[in-house]
Ligand binder design. Structure first.
Ligand code: AKG
Length: 266
């Protein structure tokens, strides 16, 4: 472990038990300043949600009220690439997931709109949406703005990754909640923890960790930028690839593609 990496062996144990970890002040204001500009440019120019996808990857009106989600800004914006490929961040992902190396699946900006039209990000897991086997991939979620319960910070259910991969939840649809579904089945789901933090802070969460963000009740958008990392032992299922490389990879094979470079390890 290099000395400038914040991830300690205690952090690894904490993450493996709880399925999340928070690093406050991971990035300095200087490091996130250009990322902010890149995200704002993408918003102002109505950048495609997913480049090359039908209707530019735009989803239902209800989904857009959860967030404006734009995938793979790293392919357009050097400032986004600097953070998405950040060696210290990727090294933390590698250590937390106990991998020899990690690749990028994709980055995504998630801008939760403010005010009346804003909707919660329903309780869900990420793994049901990811074409990966086995589970073990994880996300780093970077606060581009200060985040609190009022503007839609993340909340996690500690230890919920240990339930494994469950069903996909429909984001933006009332009543859809993986926490409620588990409680209805008699599970004693632990109380969530609230991940408020200043801009530049980072949380990591396992793909099976239950997570949620409330509606943005403030008057300004909540900007976040997340990177999904693929551990070395993870194969591509062939179902789809949000980064657009599905046709060029083999189902059951490795994620060996220029859109999914190794970011830490060998
Ligand atoms: O930013 C949000 O509201 C939710 C983020 C999320 O679901 C994720 O990063 O997996």
């Amino acid at each position: 472990m290099t000395t400038d990496n914040p991830t300690t062996s205690d952090d690894i144990e904490f993450f493996q038990q709880n399925g999340y970890i928070r690093y406050e002040n991971f990035f300095s204001a200087e490091e996130t300043a250009s990322l902010k500009q890149a995200v704002d440019h993408a918003i102002d120019t109505h950048r495609a949600r997913i480049k090359g996808a039908a209707n530019d990857g735009r989803s239902s009106d209800e989904y857009e009220r959860v967030f404006n989600q734009m995938v793979n800004l790293w392919t357009d914006y050097p400032a986004a690439k600097e953070i998405a490929f950040h060696a210290r961040l990727a090294q933390s992902a590698r250590l937390l997931s106990d991998s020899r190396h990690v690749r990028i699946y994709h980055d995504h900006a998630m801008i939760k709109p403010p005010g009346q039209k804003s909707k919660e990000t329903n309780w869900h897991q990420d793994a049901p949406y990811w074409p990966m086997e086995p589970v073990g991939a994880l996300s780093a979620w970077i606060a581009v703005d200060d985040v609190t319960p009022a503007n839609g910070c993340l909340h996690f259910v500690p230890g919920s990754h240990q339930y494994g991969r469950l069903e996909a939840i429909k984001l933006g649809v009332e009543g859809e909640s993986i926490v409620d579904k588990m409680k209805d089945q008699g599970y004693d789901v632990p109380e969530p923890v609230t991940m408020d933090m200043a801009a530049g802070g980072v949380t990591f969460h396992h793909g099976c960790t239950f997570h949620y963000a409330g509606p943005n009740q403030t008057e300004t958008p909540r900007r976040a930028f997340a990177i999904i990392y693929i551990p070395d032992h993870t194969t591509f299922t062939g179902a789809h690839d949000a980064a657009g490389a599905a046709q060029e990879m083999q189902a059951g094979g490795p994620w060996d593609h220029p859109l999914h470079p190794i970011l830490a390890g060998d």
